[in-house]
Ligand binder design. Structure first.
Ligand SMILES: [Zn+2]
Length: 404
């Protein structure tokens, strides 16, 4: 298959007008083909990676009545008494086991996957205790399976999983070890980095989520040891009224990636997060932000088959959108779901304009079709059935702003 008439953002440096060739779910060399899609006023990107989410936490509205919190541990307790938590319980009951293959757990996670799909994401890290393989095999995009995790230093693995040392010992150098750290502004948050260093060595497979309480010395140590950071600004401002010192992180060239967190504390989706960053941090170059949703998370998550770049031999994970800005990097900071022309995961159509679906060898019943702003779209699977099931459990209508 050939995709033509596109501006192609191959990576953070190269923008071309070359055609894109796809074969066997990968980006391929030029070859002769009659299957050609010609786009109009569109730009192609490597599709985005969400470095931090909690798929089952994507319920609405936001939770937390006592903001700003000195640290997120207090919010976790508050959240359990929130309207959202209790309402979600009527659909998926959080019995504390965090076995998501029970009850409506998998469907709840799928709702979270839709939040990601509708904002250009084909790979997401779901921060939750490790699930059975069947969980990770259930989704139309990649939910990272290769990782070990701990919730946080202070709350440890309250939601299941082993001790911090045990989880870390299960990682080899190619396995990300992921933990919330220093998510707050108080002494407890500030003390967490020192505690972590007493428990495990700093290594380049570690992904620290938040780091709001870090100072420059802490960040220098992070850089020296090639540790990765996940940045969730909307969630941080909502809970703590503060985020990490992003200008220092960028200045030190730390490998930082953007995460949405769940909608109970964070953004509606990644597009919203990107617009928020443009608004709050106008001095960050759009190219740097682009890296934070493509090649940086690919590196942090140790992905083998996708570098977050459009390059031959890599998984054909592609996001094609409208052009709304002269600068294709700046363009990603103003996108909405309805700007997506076509999105592919390993060459398979996930979301896009209905007129493009006939170019692919797919089963129409596997897709949901809908109209937005007068245009017809398709999306993989059936989000409308999930919503209908939720409404049946609740006994009334429910809106999720990230669904079309
Ligand atoms: Zn989180």
């Amino acid at each position: 298959m050939k995709l033509s008439n596109l501006i192609v953002v191959k990576n953070d440096k190269e923008v071309t007008r070359e055609d894109i060739y796809l074969a066997d779910g990968k980006f391929a060399d030029k070859y002769k083909t009659d299957n050609i899609i010609s786009f109009q006023d569109a730009v192609a990107y490597p599709s985005f990676i969400n470095v931090h989410d909690h798929l089952i936490g994507n319920w609405l509205p936001l939770a937390g009545l006592n903001r700003p919190y000195p640290n997120s541990n207090i919010w976790v307790e508050d959240m359990k008494n929130s309207f959202s938590f209790k309402e979600r319980d009527k659909y998926w009951t959080n019995d504390g086991s965090f076995n998501l293959l029970k009850g409506n757990g998998l469907e709840m996670a799928m709702l979270g996957v839709y939040k990601n799909i509708f904002s250009g994401i084909t790979i997401v890290q779901d921060h939750i205790p490790k699930q059975d393989d069947r969980y990770y095999e259930s989704f139309p995009i990649e939910v990272i399976r290769n990782y070990h995790q701990v919730h946080s230093i202070t709350l440890n693995n309250w939601w299941g999983g082993n001790s911090l040392e045990k989880e870390f010992s299960l990682c080899n150098e190619h396995t990300p070890f992921i933990i919330h750290l220093a998510e707050g502004t108080d002494k407890i948050s500030k003390s967490e980095f020192a505690k972590l260093k007493k428990m495990i060595p700093l290594r380049n497979n570690i992904l620290l989520v938040h780091c709001v309480a870090f100072d420059r010395d802490d960040f220098q140590e992070i850089k020296r040891n090639d540790v990765n950071i996940a940045w969730c600004p909307e969630s941080n401002f909502y809970l703590l009224d503060k985020t990490l010192d992003i200008y220092t992180v960028i200045d030190l060239q730390i490998n930082v990636s953007i995460g949405t967190d769940s909608t109970m504390s964070g953004s509606i989706n990644l597009f919203s997060e990107l617009r928020f960053i443009k608004d709050r941090f106008p001095d960050i170059s759009p190219r740097i932000i682009f890296r934070m949703v493509t090649s940086n998370p690919a590196k942090a998550l140790k992905l083998k088959d996708y570098s977050g770049k459009i390059e031959k031999g890599q998984q054909a994970n592609l996001l094609i959108t409208s052009i709304k800005s002269n600068d294709p990097y700046e363009n990603i900071l103003g996108l909405y779901s309805s700007d997506i022309h076509l999105m592919l995961y390993q060459g398979k159509p996930i979301l896009g304009l209905k007129k493009y679906l006939c170019h692919f060898n797919v089963i129409p019943e596997e897709y949901y079709f809908y109209t937005k702003n007068g245009k017809e779209y398709f999306v993989i699977g059936h989000p409308e059935r999930i919503l209908a099931h939720i409404e049946q459990c609740l006994g009334y209508k429910k809106k999720f702003a990230f669904l079309p």
